[in-house]
Every structure is written in C-alpha cells, then in structure tokens.
Write a protein that binds this ligand. Structure first.
Ligand code: HEM
Length: 493
C-alpha cells in the first residue's frame, strides 16, 4: 500500500494506533506535545513536508494545535506556532543550542569542518558582523552603487531597443556579480566576465541541491555536487582571493581571523568564504525577483513606488533623466515607504525561514498559554510563515498588497492577532542569537537595485502565466518561483 492510496480515515486510524504504540513504548511521554511520526520509519513525515511545507504544517496545526512534534528524516522537531510563545526560544536559550544545529548544516552544505570543534573561532567570526552596520555599511553601499553601474554598463549602452530576458536569470546574474565584487573585490584578469559567470553557475548548481544537502543523504550520492562544492571552495581560498582587488572591510577581517585559527588549512578557509558568500546572495536573489515580478504585475504598486522615487529625486535636487548618476543615502531610501512595504510584502509572501535549536537537556517550556516538555537531542523550531499567512493578522493573506506595511503614508509597525498586539509579526531574518547580521545590507541592496531599474528602464512583463513558490528551500529562507518569467526592458527615453 503506498502513501497516496491511504484514505484520510485510514491515516487518522493509523495515527491513533501509532499514538497508542508510542505511549506503550515510551516514544511519547505525558506532558510532551502531540507526536506525529507517520508510518515510514526514520523518514517520518519528510515526504509530505517536502511537497508543500507551509500547507503541511498548517494542516498539522489544524489537527493538533499550535505545538506538536513531527518526525522528519530521523529527527524529532517540535514546532511552536503560537507567536505569543516564540519568546520561549529566547527564555530557554541556555538549553537550546544554535551552534550544534548550525555547524552540522555548514559542514554538509559548504564543507566546513572547523566550527563544531572550535567555539572561539565561531565567536570571533561573529564579531565581524558589526561591519555590516552603521558607517561600515554606508561604505559598502557606496561601493555597491559603483559596482552596480559597472555591471549594468553594457545594458545601458544599448539605447532605445527592447531587450528580452528571463527575469530570475536576469536578477540572479546582476545580484550575484554586484554582491560578489562589493564583498570580495574586483576581478582584474581580462576574462572577468567569464570568471564571474563560471562562479555563478557553480553557485547556482550548489544552491539547487541545498535541500538535499540538508538531508542525511551522503553528498557523494548527489551527482556532481561534491565536485562543484570543491571547485567553489578552491576559487575562494586565500591564494585565489589574493588575486581580487578591493576586499571589503568585513571580508578582510574574516580573512585575518581565519588565517589566525586555520594555519595551513587554506581549503578550510575557502569553505568559510563559500558559506558567507552563500548567505550574502542566496536569499537576496529570489527577493529581488519577487519584488520586480509583483511590481510589474501590479501597475498601481509600480506607479506608487515610481512616484515616491521621483519625488525624492526632485527634493534632493537630482534632475529627471540624470539616469544612473542617481544616488540616495540610506536614510533617504528609508523614507521610500511604498518601496520598503513592497519588499516586506515579498518577505511575508515568500519567506519560509524557520529558527531551529537543538535541545541540550530534557526541558520544560512554560508559558501563559501552555507548558510542554521537550527531550535532549530533539529540535525545537519556530516557523513564522504560518503567522505571515494568518488571516487574523493579515487580511486576505494570499494577496500581494504593496501598501500593507504603510499607514497614513508612513511605515506601519503595529499588527494584532485577536485583541493582542504582536511583538513579532514579520520574521524573514530569523530570531535571537542567530538573527541574520546581513539584514540591513540585504534590504538596502534590494532597494538600490530596484531604484536604479525603475528609474533607468522601461520594464514590461511578457509571460502572463501564473507562477508559485517551488518550496525547494523547505524551511530555510526565501523560496524561488516554480518557473522563470519572460520580460523585456529598454533604457527610458
Ligand atoms: C533577503 C535576504 C536575506 C535573508 C532572508 C536572510 C535570512 C537569514 C536567516 C533566516 C538567518 C538565520 C538562520 C538561522 O537562524 O538558522 C541568516 C543568517 C545569516 N545571514 Fe542572512 N539573510 C539575508 C541576507 C544576508 C546577507 C546579504 C548577508 C551578508 C552580507 C547575510 C549573512 C548572514 C550570515 C553571516 C548569517 C549567519 C549568522 C550566524 O552565524 O549566526 N544574510 N540569514
């Protein structure tokens, strides 16, 4: 009997049967959240999750409430879905480790071996993250703007005729190159374009296999992924990075720390750079895609965003037609409320980021709305995508509304569930100790790129087919579309 010929009643019956067995065997103990482990040993419910993670978790929420434990690929994960209980992860942070879970992921995905055993190295690398904020961020953004100009140069030189492109390919090509040279410096060799496109193609190949890299399938069984991973790491060793010109402050500082701890381990240094490079572009690419896609599909949104950019340009004395010389500071970009709201709406619709911690010892999580026990070695996760689509918080949650995060022409930061004000209502960047340190960089980079594209180009969508999320990232980050979309662009006359 296969899973798809099991009827709903059969599944319910099996679930009850398993629950009774679990009770007898002690797999489920009183005080623990409901346990859902399906009838496939080890795999548990992983196949159902893979098909549609959000739909699957929501269906379990309907049956079992806001907290339950699911067996997924050999791991028991307790999901906490009530946003008023998210803080339990912070409250119990001493017993819930990010490092243990994180170091396993980076080992598999990027070949990093040194983090699990070297907490000092990890701590020192974390000190670099201050260079993604404040004055250092302003310096990065100035360099990013110049790099954007360089990357788009050849597109700008083709004056009046329309050019056709696939939107995701277009966004990933620009985003990858601009981010790479802003952080790691310029390629000075004659084959600059060739070097970047090979790096990007390998990066995309590795990223494509990300869900499999997260699973327990040995990397050797994933086709040529191991070879691609090695090739990328090699490109990013100290020896090869030395050939690039103009490293950012953060890359320089990371390099100094890595050299201090990893003497004569250049391949391991390259693996650390690969992880950082992945973190810096893997999510901004799909956000850029979805933002452009939604703006092109919603003319009212496009008009509102273009209008506020035009106003800012005029009020800062930048003439119409000044094209690429347009420049806004971070504060000025922050005043573009519809642009920001569009990006936040993309996060709400497309982010499936979860925050996962490993339980260090048997633990009781106590809150006003319920107490439950979790076991040493299991995982605890919050999955805010459920909150992002909660109709009690966001009206018509499936709709794209560009002004959802604005109120009376200003930013809206107050959201309620029932009568209660939410402390957390939008969480694409994770939570607590592992919250994304690149969040300011990411949002400003996306704003900069959108401002330039909307100001310098006429853009039109060609394909009118509906697209959806492809869920290949499972519970990690921003989801890609299930297909690319044809569009055309030309320089504004
Ligand atoms: C829209 C874009 C982005 C999204 C949605 C995003 C999301 C996230 C999330 C959810 C985490 C936490 C993972 C966890 O808790 O397990 C994270 C971590 C991280 N992100 Fe981002 N990120 C983005 C852009 C960036 C950028 C541009 C950079 C660097 C320039 C960056 C650097 C990092 C790093 C280094 C970590 C690991 C932090 C640690 O070691 O504790 N991210 N990101």
């Amino acid at each position: 009997m296969t899973m798809n010929i099991l009827r709903f009643e059969d599944e319910k019956f099996l679930e009850q049967l398993f629950h009774s067995i679990d009770k007898l065997k002690g797999t489920w103990r009183p005080g623990e959240p409901p346990l859902i482990r399906g009838w496939l040993p080890y795999v548990g419910m992983a196949l159902k999750l893979q098909k549609n993670p959000l739909g699957f978790i929501k269906s379990l929420q309907k049956q079992h409430g806001d907290t339950f434990t699911v067996l997924l690929g050999g791991k028991y994960i307790t999901f906490i879905l009530d946003p008023f209980q998210y803080h339990l992860l912070l409250k119990s942070h001493k017993h819930l480790s990010f490092r243990q879970f994180g170091s396993k992921i980076v080992e598999k995905a990027f070949g990093i071996k040194s983090l699990a055993s070297n907490a000092d190295l990890d701590d020192e690398l974390h000190t670099c993250y201050q260079l993604l904020q404040g004055k250092s961020l302003d310096i990065l953004l100035e360099s990013m703007m110049q790099n954007l100009r360089q990357v788009l140069e050849h597109k700008l030189s083709k004056t009046t005729s329309w050019d056709m492109a696939q939107m995701l390919t277009f966004c990933s090509s620009i985003m990858f190159e601009v981010t790479f040279i802003t952080l790691y410096g310029k390629v000075i060799a004659d084959d600059r374009k060739d070097y970047i496109s090979k790096l990007r193609d390998d990066f995309i190949k590795l990223d494509d296999k990300f869900p499999y890299l997260m699973s327990n399938i040995p990397i050797e069984l994933l086709g040529d992924v191991k070879t691609v991973q090695k090739r990328l790491i090699k490109c990013l060793t100290s020896e090869n990075l030395a050939k690039l010109q103009g490293w950012s402050e953060i890359v320089q500082m990371r390099q100094n720390i890595l050299e201090k701890y990893l003497v004569r381990e250049d391949f391991e240094i390259g693996a650390h750079h690969l992880a950082f490079l992945w973190a810096s572009v893997a999510n901004t690419i799909p956000v850029m895609f979805w933002a452009l896609y939604y703006l092109l599909r919603h003319p009212k949104a496009m008009a509102a965003v273009r209008d506020e950019i035009d106003h800012l340009r005029q009020s800062t004395g930048q003439k119409k037609g000044s094209g690429f010389s347009i420049y806004f500071t971070r504060e000025q970009m922050d005043s573009l409320v519809y642009l920001e709201s569009t990006i936040l709406e993309v996060f709400r619709l497309c982010s499936l980021s979860s925050t996962v911690r490993t339980v260090q010892e048997d633990l009781a999580l106590n809150s006003e709305t319920g107490d439950y026990c979790v076991r040493k070695g299991d995982l605890v996760a919050i999955f805010p995508a459920v909150l992002h689509k909660d109709p009690e918080v966001f009206e018509a949650p499936e709709e794209f509304r560009y002004d959802r995060f604005t109120e009376d022409g200003k930013k809206k930061t107050t959201f309620f569930k029932g009568e209660k004000k939410l402390k957390f209502y939008l969480m694409p960047f994770g939570f607590g100790a592992s919250k994304c340190p690149g969040r300011f960089f990411a949002v400003t980079e996306i704003k900069q790129l959108l401002i330039v594209l909307l100001t310098c180009f006429d853009l039109e969508i060609v394909d009118n087919k509906p697209i959806a999320l492809n869920y290949s990232r499972l519970l990690f980050g921003i989801q890609y579309p299930d297909s690319d979309v044809l569009f055309r662009y030309k320089i504004k006359s």
